[in-house]
Design a protein around this ligand. Structure first.
Ligand code: RB5
Length: 147
């Protein structure tokens, strides 16, 4: 699978580990930055990965900042994007099965490296179930369209 990844300065080392982990599984990873530990603003990278998904450059996204919250908030401002912050694999699986999230987000200051890998694996290995869940997502789209 082709996966886009983005981060701020708090998450550079964890991002490198996640990229290596994904590539070892045969995934192709596109790195949208940040590329250094110089202070960086998470909205820039959340937006880049979100737009890459909508353009079809990548199929799924991984976003990492200190908590995962700021970068996911930015991604969710892009119409049609569902980015979910997760700190454990159970939720990471369900945001695919029930919420059809295209992006998983987590915090480099919150989860350890091994937990982060489990979160990403659970997210990527689960599929959207449709049905009643699609109807609820349509309700979210309706909120978006009424804004
Ligand atoms: C940066 O200090 C921090 O605010 C950022 O990484 C993130 O946690 C914001 O939600």
């Amino acid at each position: 699978m082709k996966i886009g990844i983005g981060n701020d300065h708090t998450a550079l080392e964890l991002k490198k580990e996640i990229i290596a982990h994904l590539e070892s599984q045969g995934h192709e990873v596109v790195d949208y930055g940040a590329y250094t530990t110089e202070r960086a603003n998470y909205p820039e990278f959340g937006e880049k990965v979100a737009r890459a998904i909508l353009k079809g450059e990548v199929e799924r996204g991984v976003l990492i900042c200190g908590t995962g919250v700021g970068i996911s908030l930015a991604a969710n401002k892009v119409k049609g994007i569902r980015a979910a912050v997760c700190s454990e694999p159970y939720t990471a699986q369900l945001v695919r099965r029930h919420n059809n999230a295209q992006i998983i987000a987590f915090g480099a200051r919150v989860v350890g490296n091994e937990m982060a890998k489990m979160i990403v694996d659970s997210f990527l290995n689960a599929e959207f179930e449709g049905g009643r869940h699609q109807m609820r997502l349509d309700m979210i789209t309706d909120i978006e369209n009424r804004e």
